[in-house]
Design a protein around this ligand. Sequence first.
Ligand code: DP6
Length: 328
Amino acid sequence: MKKTGKAHSNIALVKYWGKQDEGLRLPMNPSVAIALDEAYTLTTVEFDTKYSEDEVELLGEGFEEDEVEKVKKHLDRVRKIARIETKAKVVSKNNFPKAAGMASSASGFGALSVAASAACGLELSERELSVLARNGSGSASRSIPGGVSVWYTGETDESSYAERIDYPDEWNLRVLLVMAEDTSAKKVSTTEGMALSKATSPYYNLGVEEAKKNIERLKIAMNNGDWTAFGKVVEDECYRLHSICMTTTPNLLYWRGITIEIFQEMYKLREQGVEAFFTVDAGPHVHIVVRSQDVSIVKEKLEKINGIKTVIDCKIGPSAQVVEEDLF
Ligand code: DP6
């Protein structure tokens, strides 16, 4: 059978950076993320005896060899659940650049999990899909429920999954995905980077404890509808992740000049009473979390800064789904 899955990328507000169990991909701390409606992956999977080997293709940019291996390993996980041995063809497409720190692995493994499980006739629950996606890439667990979601650490394979949490609708949350032109940072995969941080950053364990507290602070701010307190946690988490990265051996410096320039512009806007908050994953690009009422003023500000390739304006994205499209 042939099926297509669609899953949206997500940006972490409370960050995942390190595993308590490498094999099972159980994270050190829970994390919270927002799914992004304008950044998604479509993946078509067909299991058929006409394929003697798995065939894997990413339209447009192409996959690296190690990415192809990860996709095949994920197909093996699905085959094991479905108790089949049939090989598959996989064709995938991102609607946003597969650039450093853009979490294409989250939408990628989300879409692959949905498509592959449906293509071999499995009817997995959202929770089971989140567990499956997590095994491919941790952050993908959060691309299954979409919305604003929390990924629980869990102690077993089945108990580490993501589900939606409530947030104040009246905020009309938007995320501006600000893509930097300068992507010259040395490419260290997130999997490798976080393992290095755990092994070498003197602040690592302290950071994990802080992340756990930040989840609670974030939930309280959301329950109280307190935008300022929410933003404080978002930016503290950005600095927490990057202080761990910068104090890793070898030092992981994902920011570029433009990254810091955008932070400073957001501080200036705040002095004028416009509260937009920044966060950054493992790359130079900045995600700005903002209420819809302030989107145009923030965009205007960004337009004046040199070194920005493009700005993608996102609303909160939906859950991962099987869709009608067909990529081959
Ligand atoms: C900085 O999910 O890419 O974006 O599980 O090793 O594949 P693996 O890592 P991945 O890490 C994402 C790290 C992050 C923060 C986050 O999304 O929480």
